[in-house]
Ligand binder design. Structure first.
Ligand code: IMP
Ligand code: MG
Length: 178
């Protein structure tokens, strides 16, 4: 059987574009959290690259990093809306200022679910960072305190984001052709 292999299409956002937008957002985060503790909670696996780059651009000196893994059951290119937290945060987030760091807000279901989850862990504040958003596909609006880019409603990969677990290692963000 011959599987249909997606191929990398156009580069939507280059490494330089990502880097310069992240440095603007990092400056905002430094200012907003000045004098307060900050726990970056990345959503695996998609947020791995953006977390690594964003965290290194912060000058804030009281940053802690944690990870959660969620699975939104479903296959292919859309999320099912049934969300399960596969691994919980390892830090005690009670009383902490949590900034959720995610790769992309598509329907918004995952992040709105996670915001409630962080509140249920008694975080003092919960804000959301999303590198990308597909505004046309949002079903559940998530208040994004920090947003990198709005993009068209196309499936993208690279810079942490996958299709069937591939392409996460690309240093840029590209559309795929199927
Ligand atoms: P949601 O629909 O906002 O709940 O998106 C759930 C998750 O699906 C995101 O955090 C991404 O990890 C993944 N996702 C959504 N759109 C894309 C895409 O275009 N490429 C790769 N992953 C995506
Ligand atoms: Mg994600």
């Amino acid at each position: 059987m011959v599987a249909l292999e997606p191929m990398i299409g156009a580069v939507l956002l280059s490494q330089d574009q990502i880097r310069s937008r992240l440095s603007e957002l990092a400056a905002g985060i430094d200012a907003d959290y000045d004098g307060r503790d900050l726990v970056l909670v990345g959503v695996l696996k998609g947020a791995m690259m953006v977390m690594a780059d964003l965290a290194r651009m912060l000058s804030h000196d009281r940053v802690e990093i944690d990870w959660i893994t969620v699975s939104s059951y479903g296959s292919g290119t859309s999320s099912s809306g049934v969300i399960r937290m596969v691994t919980e945060p390892s830090l005690d987030l009670a009383g902490r200022n949590v900034l959720l760091v995610d790769d992309i807000t598509d329907s918004g279901l995952t992040l709105s679910w996670l915001v409630e989850k962080m509140r249920s862990l008694a975080a003092q504040s919960v804000e959301v960072f999303s590198l990308l958003r597909k505004p046309d596909l949002v079903k559940m609006p998530v208040p994004l305190r920090y947003l990198g880019f709005d993009i068209p409603p196309e499936f993208v990969a690279g810079y942490g984001m996958d299709y069937a677990q591939r392409f996460r290692n690309l240093p840029y963000i590209a559309t795929l052709t199927f």
